[in-house]
Design a protein around this ligand. Sequence first.
Ligand SMILES: [Zn+2]
Length: 310
Amino acid sequence: MGANDRTYKFALGTALLEAATDGRADIPLRELAVPYAMSLVHRIGQAPQARPGSVTGHTDYLAVAGEEAAESLRLGFPTEKLLAATMKSMPEMVMQKFHNLRGSGQVPHRFYEVTGTPNERIVRLTADLRTVAVSEQTASLRGELDARWSIVETSFAAGIGRSLVEEGVSVDLTTMRITDKRRRRPVTGVTEAMIGFQHGRCLICHEPVVPGRDAIAVDHVFPFSLMDRLSLMVDLDAVWNMAPAHTACNLAKSDRLPESHELSRLVRRNEAIMNSPHPLRRTLELALGPYARRGRWPGFVRHVWSQISR
Ligand SMILES: [Zn+2]
């Protein structure tokens, strides 16, 4: 939930998860730099990795990565020049900021410490990181990392970023993918983008949702059938009302109204999204309308509830 001017945190997250999943405790920076650089060069030709106009000069790390991308992809390994630039850039930039939150705070856990000498830096992975890497939620976390990365780089795209910041995103209901309103192109999956904000849990039964193990559906918390029955002034077919759930839970729930504990989870989930960077936050702000100032999510959900129970 930190500020995103560049996508370095996603590359570092990817590299840290990979190392921790392999059971590493101490890893030389030189080794950690490899998956870091490769995850960036895989994306750099497809989408911008920084705000437009912020990459200046040939020595900028992203300029080097862009120049070395094709050869590194051909080799399956960063070129010497890219590896050297990566080992210089990582400790100066992203490794100092990775634990920061937007504003001034820091996350409560540390995932690594940097030790060793400037010539031979060692990254010590913490027990907290290793616990996350072997937990049943790792698959979910990888999907989420990828989803957030896609959302942020889409927000950097010329001509798209502004529309995302002003208009938010929409959902393609046939594919359950988040799309940008300008190009109508899929950005990422609804489940991958949202599951982390509900702690990787099904909104209905509150048990973990594990990609690859569980069949997953996207639940309309207030059932969509209400849209026909009542002339609601709110859109139920929107991000604020959609929540990843087990397919079985979703089928069992069918068209029933949400229970109060499900509504509390929806309120908390939406409040968590409101603490994240654009553009999901913007999408929810627009859904709130006048409630963006008064009552926020509890007030908005009570408003919808009062409309349907009239
Ligand atoms: Zn469930």
